[in-house]
Design a protein around this ligand. Structure first.
Ligand code: AHM
Ligand code: MG
Length: 350
């Protein structure tokens, strides 16, 4: 056995015995995202690796965007791109860059036949007509936080195409209910960068190790706490909410819940997933369908929520059951710990 030699750095308040450092070094190398997906693929002997390749393409684009975000202030990537998207929102330079990065990764990867993107008015055809997957994506969510060093994210959903391979994809491939998702996830560019993923067998999170350029499994089988004390809502809209939502928010205050609202959906969702809480974006007088988009914001998070034991509703039905009518459709959104979502639904049905 090694003598417990104490590290000699006098600046360490509690010097670390070298044996413990050596033990850490000999611990097994963590599970990379790539290895995790490859292991999952073994459960499907008929799988040809296309899905694995697609997830690798998404994680590569996320790494590149992560680098862009970290350098944004240094290489003039902050600020408006000088254009609006189809929803009349001011596009930020990083919105446009992230959209381009993902489109390129998915096109060159060859596994995706079409893309629904927050930043594109129409369905994007990749030209990969043999490809069997469809991706819906919000390349950079939380745009208003881009220039102020607050967390932002990427949200994605993966579907199997419905039309024949070898033909041009159609709206039939794009407009699928969330229950048809094969996988969904998000990347949160926060104090660390984390990719949270479900392929329909629970929710796992992978933290990015920048010096190695790899995502490592850091949170296995995440579960929403049944309840919590955090509510996330833009209460600046309070006067424009219906009386039932106003009563619900008042009940949150009466119970001394903590109000926590970052204004980046992915970051608010992630915190609530870990700590227990609810995120809500109800309809307002100005936006009777709420603000958030079904195809590339709500569906992906709804699948993750349900896979983690949480709930996601538009106030009347499960988000995953909504049959989409258009690419940029908006829906009211209530998502989080099951008891808290049930409580808001009770208020809505009173
Ligand atoms: P974006 O896709 O343009 O960034 O909009 C979506 C964002 C969510 O991340 C966030 O929760 C919400 O919009 C914030 O909206 P508001 O500023 O109205 O509170
Ligand atoms: Mg968005």
């Amino acid at each position: 056995m090694l003598n417990p030699i104490i590290a000699s750095d006098s600046s360490l308040e509690h010097p670390m015995p070298i044996t413990s450092t050596i033990n850490q070094l000999s611990a097994p190398v963590g599970v990379t995202l790539q290895r995790f997906i490859a292991n999952e693929q073994r459960n499907y002997p008929q799988a040809k690796g296309d899905f694995t390749q697609l997830l690798a393409d998404i994680s590569l684009a996320a790494k590149i965007i992560n680098r862009d975000i970290n350098r944004a202030g240094l290489i003039s990537l902050e600020g408006s791109a000088g254009a609006e998207n189809i929803q009349g929102e001011d596009q930020q330079k990083l919105d446009v860059i992230a959209n381009t990065r993902f489109a390129r990764a998915l096109r060159l990867g060859g596994k995706v036949c079409c893309i629904i993107s927050e930043e594109e008015d129409e369905l994007v055809h990749t030209g990969n007509e043999q490809a069997k997957y469809v991706v819906a994506i919000d390349p950079l969510d939380g745009s208003s936080n881009i220039g102020v060093n607050v967390s932002i994210g990427t949200i994605f959903s993966i579907y199997r195409r419905r039309t024949q391979r070898g033909t041009s994809p159609t709206m039939e491939d794009a407009l699928q209910a969330g229950s048809q998702q094969l996988a969904s996830g998000y990347v949160l560019y926060g104090s660390s960068t984390i990719l949270v993923l479900t392929t329909g067998h629970g929710v796992n999170a992978f933290t990015y190790e920048p010096s190695l350029g790899e995502f490592f499994l850091s949170h296995a089988q995440l579960r929403f706490p049944d309840s919590g004390k955090i509510y996330s809502c833009n209460e600046g809209n309070f006067n424009h909410f219906c009386p039932r939502i106003q009563a619900y928010l008042e009940s949150c205050r009466d119970q001394n819940f903590q109000g926590r609202y970052i204004g980046s959906l992915v970051a608010d969702f992630h915190r609530n997933l870990l700590k227990g809480g609810i995120y809500l974006y109800p309809p307002t007088q100005k936006a009777p369908q709420g603000k958030l988009r079904l195809m590339y914001e709500c569906n992906a998070l709804a699948l993750l929520a349900e896979q983690a034991g949480g709930m996601a509703s538009d106030g009347t039905q499960r988000i995953l059951e909504i049959e989409p009518q258009k690419l940029h459709q908006r829906v009211p959104f209530y998502i989080g710990s099951p008891n808290m979502v049930e409580d808001v639904l009770r208020h809505l049905s009173n």
